[in-house]
Design a protein around this ligand. Sequence first.
Ligand SMILES: Cc1ncc(C[n+]2csc(CCOP(=O)(O)OP(=O)(O)O)c2C)c(N)n1
Ligand code: SF4
Ligand SMILES: [Mg+2]
Length: 284
Amino acid sequence: MELKEGLGTYAENTWCKGCGNFGILQSIKESIKKLEEKGYKRENFAISAGIGCHGKIWDYLSLHGLYSLHGRPTATVQGMKVANPDLKVIAFSGDGDALGEGISHTIFAAKRNSDMTLVLHNNGVYALTTGQFAPTSEKGYISPSSPEGNPEDPINPLVLMLSSNATFIARVFPGKKDHMVNTIVKAIEHEGFSFVDVLQPAVAYVNTWPLYNKITEIIDDNGDDFEKAMELAKRKDKLSLGVIYQNNKKPPFHKALYGDLHPIKDRLSRNDRIKKIDNILNSI
Ligand SMILES: Cc1ncc(C[n+]2csc(CCOP(=O)(O)OP(=O)(O)O)c2C)c(N)n1
Ligand code: SF4
Ligand SMILES: [Mg+2]
């Protein structure tokens, strides 16, 4: 596939006017450009996306990748990375996608420290399917599936990721774009699992722009202080933006699995593979 210079595509954009997804798309484009300036190659980025309004970002980015099933973009990019460790892989996932249908993939990618970035389009709603309450919807949220108000408490994605041993956890807001771009660059450069919780207004359902503009606060990067990270994740008076937690001591999954082997470059020839299999069979 030929990659477009400006990272955009010819696909018609069908997001609602004012949707926070526009800020995510723009921030990703700027982040990729910054990474290219640092020497990363465009052809070595690979992306996947789930199903939902967020998933359309796949159509709007001229990058290599594979459109996934609902809840499976994280599984998809992990496969890409394990097969080709040269890649920088990014999964775009909705709050329903990553914390509902695909929650086990999200937890296990963090647990095994897969070298990937998960961008969570956290709009607190199943947006594409007309606004049903999602895992991060506020209690009391009135929707087609909760006409009397959502009876459940929301999942806190940052607390979930800390408990799952994610090695990089950040929160960003498209209303603070330069900060968002710089944080996404840090997330993609992190060697291991990086989780970026994006506070994404879905204006068609709840216009959270004014609220997030008011209660978000940019913090200094926290580093690997786990207790402080939990405090920041649970804080309610303000929503902290920035790197909530980063731990560089754990090896990424593919290195723990096969060290410096490169499954593509170090691939055995057909004859060598047959010989190896013969040896195994003969030794039984
Ligand atoms: C296995 C499966 N279950 C349900 C659906 C229907 N479905 C498509 S999009 C969607 C909502 C997605 O919500 P979210 O992941 O939060 O993305 P958003 O639209 O909010 O960006 C659902 C339930 C589906 N496509 N596949
Ligand atoms: S329904 Fe919500 S998430 Fe989907 S495009 Fe419209 S504003 Fe954005
Ligand atoms: Mg959603």
